[in-house]
Write a protein that binds this ligand. Structure first.
Ligand code: GDP
Length: 304
């Protein structure tokens, strides 16, 4: 289906094709390789103008407007120029010129911090990983770094309220944040979580984006929506990482793609431009390489 038709249909499920796990089609692999070849260690001389001066001269086309509203179009890409091959499968993420080396070669645990001001003080960029308990956060971190039990620190009794920094390739951090409780947690427990992490989100200058994990095998949960809305209201950049997308046939309820569509619809009205989102599975590896590529383009842009 052509990009234009996909956008005009305004049906988010259209972005969920191909089916899970997505076949690594020849055209996708080609565009993926091409993107890396064009962009590795090759940074534009100056930051691209995100206000799109070209668009200011002439009215934005219908195609570009839809691209800007529904897709995550990264810096350096004109919405007019987006093609199907530039969209990562199982996501709304367009790959741009900042995408580069993305694989994780080494990871080391650096420290656990009880307060934002105790976090590492170097200028390396970081991504915070956040989600409800049991969303699959530890599994995702372990799948990303291809190691078992990297993310277990936060699970030890008495260590649940810590911010855990893992240094990747000696150049950027994955930050494991405490899970924010079960859906039925009391209001008091939710407030505790938010007061603890609030300081981190609002004061951490090196935070590139929050990866907000959402369990795609269950219908949208109020606590996840509240968290997404809080981050949105505070202008914290985020990517929705939908987990457990391999659970094709849940014994009851809707399929992951339907839950994802419902979630998007519930938050859509709060955003002028839809945040990036991507489907993953720690069981099948779905979305792993794509998520890492996405992180590379956010990081490389931030690094400028
Ligand atoms: P955490 O509490 O957020 O760290 O969640 P865990 O990573 O411990 O996972 C919670 C449960 O979900 C465990 O039983 C995992 O085996 C399961 N799980 C995690 N990720 C996936 C996934 O991608 N697919 C499936 N089917 N199960 C998963």
């Amino acid at each position: 289906m052509l990009l234009r038709n996909r956008l005009l249909s305004l049906n988010l499920t259209s972005f969920l094709s191909p089916p899970f796990p997505p076949p690594k089609s020849a055209s996708f692999l080609f565009s993926f390789d091409k993107t890396i070849a064009h962009s590795t260690h090759k940074r534009p001389e100056s930051k691209p103008d995100m206000s799109a001066s070209r668009a200011a001269k002439q009215p934005m086309s219908e195609r570009a407007r839809f691209a800007k509203t529904v897709l995550f179009v990264p810096p350096g890409v004109d919405p007019e120029d987006v093609t199907d091959e530039m969209i990562l499968p199982g996501s709304n993420i367009v790959v741009g010129p900042y995408a580069g080396h993305s694989q994780i070669k080494e990871v080391e645990f650096v420290k656990s911090s009880g307060r934002a001001k105790d976090c590492p003080k170097d200028d390396r960029p970081e991504f915070a990983i956040l989600g409800r308990s049991n969303v699959g956060k530890s599994s995702l971190i372990n799948a990303l770094v291809r190691k078992k039990e990297v993310a277990l620190t936060s699970k030890k009794p008495g260590k649940t309220q810590l911010i855990n920094h893992f240094l990747v390739n000696k150049s950027w951090y994955i930050v494991d944040l405490p899970g924010y409780g079960f859906a039925r947690a009391s209001d008091a427990a939710r407030t505790d979580w938010s007061s603890f992490t609030k300081g981190y989100f609002l004061n951490r200058d090196t935070l590139v984006a929050v990866l907000l994990l959402i369990d795609a095998s269950v219908p949208p949960q109020r606590i996840d929506l509240d968290c997404a809305n809080w981050l949105g209201r505070n202008n914290i950049p985020m990517t929705f990482v939908f987990t457990k997308c391999d659970k094709l046939k849940a014994s009851k309820g809707k399929r992951p793609d339907e839950n994802i569509r419902d979630f998007q619809e519930l938050i859509r009205e709060n955003y002028k431009q839809h945040p990036a989102w991507i489907m993953t599975s720690s069981v099948t590896g779905l979305g792993r390489d794509e998520l890492l590529l996405h992180l590379s383009q956010l990081r490389n842009y931030w690094d400028q």
